[in-house]
Write a protein of this length. Structure first.
Length: 514
């Protein structure tokens, strides 16, 4: 068996991602919702039917912050007890491995930029370069259209209005998944931060990161498997990098030696079951550091394509969309009936009344093509965020919008669906826009908000940039076929000019308002 983090052995004596997923979701609910717990555990077609269970799962966890925290703690315990770590023929529980192999294994390299600190933010939107004033205009436009939540717009604008808050010189951020397209690395370096980046060895990618860092006023710090000799970027790129899934304990030890307080950001992404494995690697590192230091904060990015508990205001906004007597609404209702609920299905699938938060809506935005492993990987992050918030540990865990990343653009299906989704009110952001906005949101969460006053499942609503997916009224997956068709046909007929304003014309309007 290969070295590194691995799923536990299932009932059939083989590694089973399905058995793990069902157990980690069902077991913490045995007392809270025994019927749902049994249903999840007994489902034989988990890959095809997993999405049916998530709304009730979310409803159960939304009963109170205390319930959500109990589920989070028990789920994390299961993950760490069940996951295994293999090395050179030796197999042991992951939590044991983290204390067995946590020995010095890396040298430290660094590249410091020589640029002057500007304290300004700029971002490309369409064909325009927006400075702070243009970006604020765009934020107001998105709030009005329901593309982002008001809290996200106001948080970002607050930072844009105070250049002192954008000065990150002397502050340290750890970025697990340093080459992530939507991660915060580039924006942090632009603002002068010390960025400790972890990514697998790849001299081409590391050289690009180092060259970028050299052009900024920040400092890039990274693990090296050999002692650096000189400051040549070419020589440093050849020895830089570490593997989160096979060198997890050693990385945790190396990061525990970082001087001063820091924010640990978990952004690594892989496909399929490997996404769960790398999420467990990041969580193992987070748990290791939190158990040994009192000066670590956490940061994550979530997906809008999941099931969330949302406020009564968001719930009513979605229900209002469905009640409008417009031609499009009437047509959508008819199509929903003709397709037996598969197309244009309402996104709010249940409501509950709680003592703490009043009425909450259960918003089902799962995209089933992503699969159950994707859900588990993101739940691990949500569980850790809920647990940290309950303990008074500062955590930034925000919903980020769909982005036109390389993986999306290279997949014809997702590319067409993404392009078509804009006709239904969902904006697909560029990676540059995502990492700029969500980095500013993270800075606001960590430096201004600090310890979250919101607990449990409500933690993820504040600062949400869902790209409009939370306010279109329909489940995102129930629009996938139509989005795909619109995206494909749009290659021939410019449907965006019919349904929505194109980006370039909107960018011109923003420019004239500056």
């Amino acid at each position: 068996m290969a070295n590194g983090i691995e799923f536990p052995i299932g009932p059939n004596g083989k590694v089973s991602t399905r058995a793990f997923g069902q157990r980690v979701l069902s077991e913490p609910l045995q007392v809270l919702n025994p019927e749902l717990s049994r249903s999840i555990q007994n489902e034989t077609k988990w890959r095809q039917k997993y999405s049916r269970f998530l709304p009730e799962y979310q409803l159960t966890c939304s009963a109170s912050a205390a319930v959500a925290e109990t589920v989070a703690r028990e789920s994390l315990r299961l993950c760490h007890d069940l996951f295994r770590f293999h090395r050179d023929g030796v197999d042991m529980p992951l939590n044991q491995a983290m204390n067995t192999y946590d020995k010095p294994a890396f040298y430290t390299g660094a590249v410091s930029g020589g640029a002057e600190f500007s304290g300004s933010i700029s971002v490309i939107y369409g064909n325009e370069k927006l400075t702070a004033s243009g970006l604020k205009t765009l934020l107001h436009h998105w709030i009005k259209k329901g593309v982002i939540e008001h809290s996200h717009g106001s948080d970002v604008e607050y930072l844009l209005d105070d250049a002192n808050l954008l000065d990150l010189r002397g502050q340290t951020f750890v970025v697990l998944g340093g080459t992530s397209e939507v991660g915060p690395l580039k924006t942090l370096l632009q603002l002068g931060a010390n960025v400790v980046a972890v990514s697998r060895p790849n001299k081409t990618k590391w050289r690009r990161l180092m060259e970028y860092a050299a052009s900024t006023c920040g400092t890039l710090i990274f693990p090296c498997h050999k002692k650096p000799e000189g400051d040549s970027i070419t020589s440093l790129a050849a020895i830089a990098g570490a593997d989160l899934m096979t060198q997890t304990p050693e990385l945790a030890h190396w990061l525990s030696q970082v001087e001063g307080d820091f924010t640990l950001g978990c952004y690594a992404y892989l496909d399929g079951a490997d996404h769960v494995r790398v999420s467990m690697a990041m969580d193992a590192i987070a748990y290791y550091l939190l158990s040994r230091r009192q000066d670590v904060r956490l940061a994550y990015l979530l997906t809008p394509s999941d099931v969330y508990s949302v406020s009564d205001e968001i719930t009513q906004a979605n229900e209002h969309k469905l009640k409008r007597l417009s031609l499009s609404a009437i047509t959508a209702t008819l199509v929903n009936s003709l397709t037996f609920g598969r197309w244009f299905s309402p996104s709010i699938v249940a409501k509950t009344k709680t003592k703490q938060d009043g009425v909450l809506g259960i918003l089902d935005n799962l995209v089933t093509q992503q699969g159950p492993n994707y859900v588990i990987a993101k739940r691990i992050q949500r569980w850790r965020a809920i647990d940290c918030a309950s303990k008074g540990i500062p955590v930034s865990c925000n919903v980020a919008p769909a982005a036109s990343t390389e993986s999306v653009m290279s997949n014809p299906f997702f590319l067409a669906a993404s392009n078509g989704s804009e006709s239904f009110g969902v904006e697909v952001f560029t990676p540059n826009m995502v990492n700029t906005l969500m980095t500013l949101q993270m800075i606001q969460d960590i430096q201004i908000h600090g310890i979250s006053k919101v607990k449990g499942e409500r933690l993820f609503e504040r600062g949400a940039n869902h790209g409009g997916a939370w306010r279109i009224g329909y489940q995102f997956r129930s629009l996938m076929v139509m989005s795909l068709l619109v995206g494909v046909v749009g290659k021939i007929i410019p449907l965006k000019k019919i349904f929505i304003r194109n980006r370039s014309s909107h960018a011109v309007r923003l420019r004239t308002s500056n």
